[in-house]
Design a protein around this ligand. Sequence first.
Ligand SMILES: NC(=O)c1ccc[n+]([C@@H]2O[C@H](COP(=O)([O-])OP(=O)(O)OC[C@H]3O[C@@H](n4cnc5c(N)ncnc54)[C@H](O)[C@@H]3O)[C@@H](O)[C@H]2O)c1
Length: 205
Amino acid sequence: MKKIIVTGGAGFIGGNFVHYVLNARKDWRVICLDALTYAGNTETLADVWKNPNFRFVKGDITDVSAVSKLFEEESPDYVVNFAAESHVDRSIENPSVFLTTNIIGTQVLMDACRKYGTERFHQVSTDEVYGDLPLERPDLMFTEQTPLHTSSPYSASKASADLLVLAYHRTFGLNVSISRCSNNYGPYHFPEKLIPRHIPRFLYS
Ligand SMILES: NC(=O)c1ccc[n+]([C@@H]2O[C@H](COP(=O)([O-])OP(=O)(O)OC[C@H]3O[C@@H](n4cnc5c(N)ncnc54)[C@H](O)[C@@H]3O)[C@@H](O)[C@H]2O)c1
């Protein structure tokens, strides 16, 4: 049985991923590690709560001893790191927690992967590490070769984590991957984000 730790699984995308894995890989054990910040919501996981292949652990990815304990108990094959402070406007008001969670948290998880021989670490990043494209140039697009050009403490913290992930691969040989998706929308989206915030306004104004 493969074991996967999904951090931030009580959040929007991580929650969808937990559902996806439990459906697509019936013989996998999914362990969700989430600190349940303002953005976390266990209701997101109500459907899977009693699934015997699912375990929820409330914990902070920056907490070295909690992370170590979990890795010791579970010996995960894979780790997918969704846990993050993810709201750009909040990062402008208070950058500190963004640097701690998004950078140090990633380091703590990768150190645990090294120590416990995890097969692969996947970092969920963002296209915001590339900055903005000019509105008047719809022909332009980001590619993996586009230079990093961050524009907020949020995107800078995610780009920093990405560089750290690549450094862990080069320095320690950790098997890593990074995805940099654009804005997502869908079930379990937190209402502070653009689409779920504005749809009710259009509907009820
Ligand atoms: N939402 C998007 O459109 C989008 C786009 C590109 C990239 N991303 C990235 O995808 C990932 C998930 O985004 P989201 O929108 O689902 O985020 P979210 O804010 O909905 O969820 C984040 C989750 O992480 C948890 N968390 C926060 N700090 C933690 C900590 N220190 N330890 C453990 N858990 C912690 C929260 O409790 C929450 O459940 C993030 O890494 C984000 O940078 C999101």
